[in-house]
Design a protein around this ligand. Sequence first.
Ligand SMILES: Cc1ncc(COP(=O)(O)O)c(C=O)c1O
Ligand SMILES: [Zn+2]
Length: 423
Amino acid sequence: MSYLEITQEEPAEATDGVWLTCIECGEHFPPFAGIRYTCDECEGLLEVRYADLPTFADFGDDESAFHGGVWRYSDALPFDEGVSLPEGDTPLHNVPRLEDEIGVERLRVKHEGMNPTGSFKDRGMTVGVRVAQAVGVDRLACASTGNTSAALSAYGSRAGLEVLVLLPAGKVAAGKIAQASLHGARILEVDGNFDRCLDIVKDLADRGEAYLLNSLNPFRLEGQKTIGLEIMEQFMAEEGDFPDRIVLPVGNAGNTAALYKAFRELEATGAIDEDQIPKITGVQAEGSAPMVEAIEEGWDHIERWDDVETKATAIRIGNPVNAPKALPGVRETGGTAVAVTDAEITDAQRSLAEEGVGVEPASAASIAGLRKLREEGVVDTDEQVVCLTTGHLLKDPDAAAEAGTDPEPVPADTDDVLDHLRS
Ligand SMILES: Cc1ncc(COP(=O)(O)O)c(C=O)c1O
Ligand SMILES: [Zn+2]
């Protein structure tokens, strides 16, 4: 039994119409009194719930508050305003050549790399750091494959709070470390993979040493939910319809869980019908694919992979903590999950770059996965698809340089340059 159904019946634990519900045992908790990331009773994952959920018409209608990007959806969030840089309102690119080549009716690319620190994590942090202020903590922490640390460092600094980030040594792309560094975080390079970093940061949080801002924190996913809300609004405005399918890279499965929650909430208010929920389709790298394994095997849990490897370091994760929310999300929406090779990821990164869309390797997994599912006939030619690209090209300059053309040294002379071009 799981408690993923959205109910708007307010329990005694609610504050201003907001509370936490355990998805495993259904227990309710107050949202901001005390710090908890999982259920006190059974350690199940928590979800934020609301007594009064909005429909599309409610979004952006409150003129008293700041309503750009993520905070346009404040009626679906626990606060009216957050620590904002601002974030969200990312482009939904047309990619006509890729659309033709892959062979679907419509393909749009939602480029989350256009957020202030260059990834979707900003959407989660604008809400998560606001909650940290509400519960009254002064040290924030996360484990990270890189992007979470960049976002937390920026938003934590903005809020004037201390930031601690735990990174797997040698496995984080250069741009991301540079961001955490310049924003002034304490950076701990752990001799272990991301999953070990998360084990440690959870221990630190349990001992009261820091406020945890990984996607285990249910408030982060509230911000990330706005990716789904934005896609539905943009696609409807520009295509006159909702998309049939959303394809996204999966690491800790936070976005997979967040999209599913966005759609369950829209359905609960009658804003969309069940058959209008896009099929949530996850993509992992072959060397790091516990979610794909669980979907293929029909399991209701994932089995942790201790050894993971992929050049898409952002999704080099062997123990997706949000799996109990994400697996039902994939299954209940009629989606699927697929693994792609590093070579397929690089090909997709180049294909996106040819369309002018620069992304980091993990992001290109969505296109690589769609390409594979189309070839296998799992995705039909008549589908309207949105691929999520989660991080900017400049996050991983080494991977970009490796995938792209090499610089050619030439003498500082026009004739020599021309000779070189003609040779
Ligand atoms: C660029 C990028 N893509 C995808 C992911 C995976 O996201 P999620 O943990 O929501 O599955 C991450 C974060 O780990 C990331 O940084
Ligand atoms: Zn519980």
